[in-house]
Design a protein around this ligand. Structure first.
Ligand SMILES: [Zn+2]
Length: 223
């Protein structure tokens, strides 16, 4: 799980007002970019949004810089100001920079997305600001990455992860459940043990994946 730099840690200003939303109303995670230098700080962006735009607070729910550091914006369950009229449905994550996100930033965005899905207890849609409003945001390359089926792999993988699936022993959550479903579908559900599809990557998942790959390898040789 990625650590999120709290509002107080980056020296936030107090919001002028604040409206919360339940996880049941959240259905999508929207990617944005700041379209400015990577050196911009969350506080500078907040000042721009509050003083320039006259908003109640920084617009985004979360921000990620080029080093892959995550910052709390309004937070997970506060209605943002980033893609009206879908600020209740959507959690807005802003990449601080221009088009062409760094691999570190991509990895963090994927981790935040997985956290959001886990908190919502379901798979949230991946959308870009341009899906909602007439804008270039979040940049064409960033958008294509975020919408692609291979979005997990494109950022590279965290140390120790399986290079193809970007997961490792000890990982938990929806992506692990999806992997376990595939192991089951491949006919090796028994390897997962009595806990079955539990979203916890343990020895059973390792073994099930090994067996499924063995099958795939021998099938490829036959072909
Ligand atoms: Zn945007």
């Amino acid at each position: 799980m990625v650590d999120i730099v709290s509002r107080s840690a980056w020296g936030t200003r107090a919001p002028r007002s604040r409206q919360t939303v339940g996880w049941g109303s959240r259905s999508e995670v929207k990617l944005h970019y700041s379209a400015g230098p990577e050196s911009r700080t969350p506080r500078q962006i907040q000042d721009h949004h509050m003083d320039g735009n006259g908003w109640a607070d920084i617009g985004y729910n979360l921000l990620v810089d080029s080093d892959g550091t995550a910052y709390e914006g309004r937070g997970w369950t506060v209605v943002g100001a980033h893609a009206a009229p879908r600020n209740v449905a959507g959690i807005g994550i802003c990449y601080i920079g221009r088009d062409g996100m760094t691999p570190a930033a991509k990895r963090t965005v994927v981790e935040l997305y997985d956290m959001a899905c886990a908190k919502a207890s379901r798979t949230l849609a991946r959308r870009g600001h341009r899906d909602i409003n007439s804008t270039s945001c979040p940049g064409t390359a960033n958008y294509q990455w975020w919408k692609s089926a291979a979005f997990r792999a494109a950022g590279g993988t965290a140390e120790g992860s399986d290079p193809l699936i970007g997961l490792k022993k000890g990982d938990t959550g929806e992506p692990v459940k999806a992997l376990q479903e595939l192991v089951k579908f491949a006919g090796h559900g028994a390897a997962l043990g009595p806990t079955g599809v539990d979203g916890i990557y343990g020895d059973g998942t390792t073994e099930g994946l090994r067996l499924a790959r063995e099958d795939a390898g021998s099938a490829a040789k036959k072909g």
